[in-house]
Design a protein around this ligand. Structure first.
Ligand SMILES: Nc1ncnc2c1ncn2[C@@H]1O[C@H](COP(=O)(O)OP(=O)(O)OP(=O)(O)O)[C@@H](O)[C@H]1O
Ligand SMILES: [Zn+2]
Length: 696
């Protein structure tokens, strides 16, 4: 037996993905080739990605297969490509010509009815039908007999044969117009996503000695110093080295109120400097900027298909053959068995064929999902795909991390309780020295207070973090530990006031307590009210002590589980996930495993890479109310999808009946299909206008 072939991930840029069924068609054709797998097609981003074993199927064969289906294809690099804006295009011109001939046909028919008129209509029909038929044949050769184009071609040819030339022409013309409209809608949605990437300028002012050069953003490297004038947009992520100014970060966070930032502050690409000149050190190359990664993420998210979408694709696969079979029966059975008139029943069968077009149904899910994703993205609510939207709409529990999530993670020292014979300042200095290696909010608070008091810190060696428990270090030869207090009455009273208490020990001997308090975010109570209004039960998870956690939870009116070690948090999340679905909101810093275990993990704050890359969704502004907003958006998207499916199937059902009974003819059948597609797309576009932050 042959050894398993190594497979590689490859990526292409595919053009002409205008119709809803295009992606499904490419997928089906490529699945047939040996050695292909993990096929992802992002309609909005026009990208095709798959795993390929090149010795089984060379990449050129993939390109051939896609071209045979009538699409353009080229290998891409990792950077998203901006496709040239298309004007009317050859397809559009053909529709115009066919429409003109069709109009001429009507003029003839009215002004000079005669034997020539049907030929004019036939010509109009053929002009628009030819490219459709070509694609139908290409798909047929790729092993896909049941395509929309095939249905169209059969119906139109049939109509020509039975002499209904005017109808044949109108039907094909309407179909072509519908396709054009679909293409325009798809392009508009694409533009929405590309707009994100366009929010960073192509150039920047690079400092070089005492003068500046304008250089391409792509050439910038970390460490270089840029100048950002008032009114300019930043091309890359960076850090302010000089100057204080207001920055409008709406490109990433959707928050248009400028925030004041000074030296040391992180500035993200796409931000606009609103006040004063800034000198900024580049921290990331343009291609890795937060905004670029978000744009890439959304594009990839689109390929992560919702379960509903997969179901509808499967449905469409048997729906079309079933309709064709039904049409054949309608054409044959009544004339043979009941003495019906052949022409009449063939005509009804042709109308039925057109009803078989599943466009509106197939586009109903991706249109709504794409609209919801870009609507969210513009407001700093990132959802990584249809599967996440669907899961988020269905969660029953909400778990929130305490530190850094419900609270901003900016604890302040409230009490210093040195043991008898210990100076308050030396307690603080020892604690700050022990915290050297920790980035925990408590560590930051302790170090900040020590430096505010101008304390000189003793030298610490072997400083290390004991995750979920505290820190330790060797100072002056003794082992210093800082962390959760071992039973002390003093600690208990402080904790009942909602404070986190840590105890400092030297060689096992207590040197005193430090109490800190991290106030809940100002909007926390409102966010929890909104979550409750959605019918969800929020619960706070924390590693902090039960008394402090209980005091804070009581103030906010939320259930709390405290004293959780990281593994306990994970177990809590798993239990909730099993009980119907849980969304977990965390800061993504030390709760990544819990975020992963949740049905939907939402990371707060776009700053950290972990948050963006490991969570299912992210909230880019530090605003808790954005979580209920995100849930509202997901629910609205799922509602929209249900409406779309109802519109699509409802119209089909009505016209199925009216076609078979002969109430409506061919062109009504096509109009119903095009109409449904336009309705469904328009309905999905409503999501773009929706502001999920506003309460329903
Ligand atoms: N760097 C540190 N310095 C002092 N004490 C610490 C430190 N890190 C953790 N601790 C102690 O361990 C406890 C649990 O910490 P952990 O990081 O698990 O949770 P947390 O950050 O307090 O809360 P949350 O789980 O809500 O994020 C803290 O309440 C504190 O008592
Ligand atoms: Zn259609």
């Amino acid at each position: 037996m042959k050894e398993f072939s190594r497979s590689e991930t490859m990526e292409w840029h595919v053009t002409g993905l205008d119709c809803a069924s295009c992606a499904a068609r490419i997928r089906t054709a490529l699945e047939r080739l040996p050695g292909t797998g993990g096929i992802e097609i992002a309609l909005m981003d026009e990208r095709l990605r798959l795993h390929l074993a090149p010795d089984l199927t060379p990449p050129a064969r993939i390109e051939e297969a896609v071209r045979a289906l009538g699409f353009g294809i080229a290998r891409t690099g990792p950077a998203p490509q901006a496709a040239p804006r298309r004007a009317l295009g050859p397809r559009g011109r053909l529709v115009l010509v066919s429409g003109a001939v069709l109009a001429a046909g009507w003029v003839f028919a009215l002004a000079a009815p005669g034997p020539l008129v049907p030929w004019v209509f036939a010509l109009a029909c053929l002009i628009a039908l030819l490219p459709v038929a070509r694609r139908a044949v290409a798909a047929l050769r790729a092993g896909l007999p049941f395509t929309i184009e095939m249905l169209m071609t059969l119906a139109a040819t049939g109509a020509l044969v039975i002499g209904e030339t005017a109808e044949a022409a109108v039907v094909v013309f309407l179909f072509a117009v519908g396709e054009l409209l679909e293409g325009i809608a798809a392009n508009r949605a694409r533009d929405g996503i590309r707009a994100l990437a366009r929010l960073t300028p192509a150039t920047a002012l690079l400092e070089h000695g005492d003068h500046v050069h304008e250089v391409g953003a792509d050439s910038l490297r970390p460490g270089q110093i840029l100048r950002l004038r008032p009114g300019d947009r930043l091309a890359v992520d960076g850090e302010i080295v000089e100057g204080v100014s207001g920055l409008d970060e709406s490109a990433v966070t959707g928050e248009s109120l400028p925030v004041t930032r000074g030296p040391g502050a992180v500035v993200i690409a796409g931000s606009i400097n609103t006040e004063a000149l800034l000198r900024i050190r580049v921290t990331r190359a343009a291609a890795d900027s937060t905004l670029a990664r978000i744009a890439r993420m959304i594009a990839e998210a689109e390929a992560a298909r919702a379960p509903t979408e997969r179901f509808i694709d499967r449905f469409a696969r048997w729906y079309m053959p079933a309709i064709v079979a039904a049409a054949v029966l309608v054409a044959i059975v009544p004339p043979l068995a009941m003495g019906g008139v052949w022409g009449e029943w063939v005509y009804r069968a042709l109308a039925l064929l057109l009803i078989g077009c599943p466009c509106a149904l197939v586009i109903s899910v991706p249109a709504a999902i794409a609209a919801a994703l870009s609507s969210g993205a513009r407001r700093g609510l990132l959802l990584k795909g249809g599967a996440v939207v669907e899961a988020l709409a269905g969660v029953t529990h909400v778990a929130l991390d305490k530190t850094g999530t419900l609270t901003p993670g900016r604890a302040q020292i409230t009490d210093l309780r040195p043991a008898p014979g210990v100076e308050a300042d030396s307690l603080l200095a020892l604690a700050a020295a022990a915290e050297t290696g920790s980035s925990h909010p408590l560590a930051r608070a302790i170090r900040a207070e020590a430096s505010a008091r101008g304390l000189a810190l003793p030298a610490a060696r072997d400083a290390r973090v004991r995750p979920g428990a505290g820190v330790e270090a060797r100072i002056g030869g003794a082992l210093i530990r800082l962390g959760q207090p071992t039973h002390s009455a003093a600690a208990g009273t402080l904790e009942e006031e909602g404070k986190t208490v840590v105890e400092l020990t030297r060689a096992g001997q207590s040197l005193g307590l430090i109490a800190l308090r991290d106030e809940p975010r100002p909007e926390a109570a409102e966010a929890l009210r909104q979550i409750a209004a959605l019918g969800l039960r929020p619960v706070m998870l924390t590693g902090d002590n039960p008394r402090a956690a209980g005091a804070i939870a009581a103030g906010l009116g939320i259930a709390a589980r405290a004293g959780l070690k990281p593994a306990d948090k994970l177990a809590e999340i798993r239990a909730l996930a099993g009980a119907g679905g849980v969304v977990m909101l965390g800061d993504g810093i030390n709760d990544a495993p819990a975020l992963k275990a949740a049905s939907v993990g939402v990371a707060m704050g776009g700053g950290t890479d972990v948050a963006l890359e490991t969570a299912d969704a992210a909230i880019l502004r530090d605003r808790l109310t954005d979580l209920p907003a995100m849930i509202r958006l997901s629910r609205a998207a799922m509602r929209n999808i249900r409406q779309n499916v109802a519109i699509a199937l409802g119209l089909k059902a009505v016209f199925l009946v009216t076609s078979v009974t002969g109430l409506t003819g061919l062109w009504m059948a096509v109009l119903a299909d095009t109409g449904a597609t336009v309705l469904v797309t328009a309905n999905a576009m409503r999501l773009l206008a929706m502001d999920p932050r506003r309460k329903a």
